[in-house]
Design a protein around this ligand. Structure first.
Ligand SMILES: [Ca+2]
Length: 99
């Protein structure tokens, strides 16, 4: 915790619905366990069109997981964590997520 990266991928203006965001998460959940790993979240960033170098992708994915992971299982899982991820994506990744 305590990771408050000021890193912003700068993809301002990208808008999607919460449903689309959740569907995107399901899509990157390659092993279908309902939990999003750091690796899967990197895929999610790519799906969102945030293509940066390997380190920045890794850093952003890791930062997101460590920020939203309430039960500390190193994965984004469950509604509360996904809601936090949606919030995080808006603040840190500049994605506008609507209801
Ligand atoms: Ca978790």
């Amino acid at each position: 915790m305590g990771l408050r990266s000021t890193d912003n991928l700068g993809n301002q203006g990208h808008t999607m619905t919460k449903t689309a965001f959740r569907e995107m998460l399901q899509k990157v959940d390659s092993n279908g366990d309902g939990k999003i790993s750091t690796k899967e979240l990197r895929e999610a960033l790519r799906e969102l069109g945030l293509n940066y170098n390997w380190f920045r992708m890794w850093w952003n994915a890791w930062g997101a997981v460590s920020h939203v992971d309430l039960n500390r299982n190193k994965h984004v899982d469950g509604d509360r964590e996904i809601e936090r991820l949606i919030d995080y994506a808006q603040k840190k990744w500049g994605i506008n997520i609507t209801n």
